[in-house]
Write a protein that binds this ligand. Sequence first.
Ligand code: AMP
Ligand code: GLY
Length: 411
Amino acid sequence: MNIAIIGSGGREHALEWKLSQSPNTEKIFVLPGNGGTENNIEIGVTDFKKMKTFCLENDVELIVVGPEVPLVEGIVDYFSDTNIKVFGPDKRASILENSKIFSKNFMRKYDVATADFWKFSGDDDATEIIQKLDGNLVLKYDGLAGGKGVFVCDSIKEAVDSIREIKNRYGEVANYLIEEKLIGQEVSIIGITDGKDIQLLLSSQDHKQIYDGDKGPNTGGMGAYCPAKFMNDELMKEIKNKIINPTLDGIYNEKFNFKGVVYFGIMLTDDGPKLLEYNVRFGDPETEVILPSLKSDLLELILACFNGNLSTTNPEFYEKYFVDVVLTSGGYPNKYKNGYTISGLEKLSNETQIFHAGTRKENGEIKTNGGRVLNVVASGDDLNSTIEKVYKECEKISFTDIYYRKDIGKR
Ligand code: AMP
Ligand code: GLY
């Protein structure tokens, strides 16, 4: 079948790479794609009208949505009058990612383990809670903010300043949450669901901050590895009991139209695993390691969600570690320049996987075209040697102002 992948990052390149291995895939289009993806079509991720015309004219039977924005804007609903399958939750179900307040209430309603929270809007006075928690809290703006709406605070002053920042950015009437601050390792668990059952992929760990040692501002993700080294069967069982199963009960009970991906952002605290957030899509850069680790046919898993046989699928995985280092443009996540020539890609080992993100092709050359430029992914039998391997590969690549973290997977 012909498939359209929506998006332009490393996640979408990884999806293209994995789906192209399926015997049932004929042609893959990527809308709009990047310098690494093959059949790029210049259509924006929320230009549903053009998308529909294109997909109908090109016999696209399946749309796989990368980023959250088209889901939140209702891409699934928009195609509901066609025979095209859109892999993702509909607009109503996307609220699990789109509204932090909704998702926290959902967690509370269905008894999903999570941090305690309080909701505020507009002129509400948060002083009492801020003092009660002595400023040790997390503030979250209630809406999509590209990872920039969360403030982890250590003091009363920081909490007060952060509320001001939220109001400056999102308006005086902005809704926000105060959460109890949890401490622990973070792990990402991603599953494919048909709204009733779920098939989990391997656990992984993202590295969100720009500098080594998890210092500096948050980014879209500086690297990831899988499987997470501290996961074991017992912990997984606890995560299923306290987080995943109650979530699926909730999705089913709310009658959400959800054939897509649920991403569980989990913190492993001394008090057990707690859910930080849902995303309703593949994580980036987690996808760049969990798809290489998946032995089974991804297309088959996706189609099982539409055919009602997800529960009888049996995804298999490689017994290896996968490490992804994200090469970025110096200055990111703030100001950086585009348009530098990338060299050295031809020197990479053919065992190394490269997933492009912020790149574009120009006169046969690959140029930088974004903050996160390339994902370099290596695999191996143990984590330490895989980390060494991936960094040797990173050294072969160069472009002006290249920057990457040197400690991915070493946490
Ligand atoms: P979120 O978008 O809700 O996942 O938050 C982004 C990041 O903020 C998470 O990956 C955590 O590192 C941090 N965070 C969110 N909620 C909490 C919490 N309750 N306690 C501690 N850290 C948190
Ligand atoms: N890696 C975190 C995210 O995709 O939101």
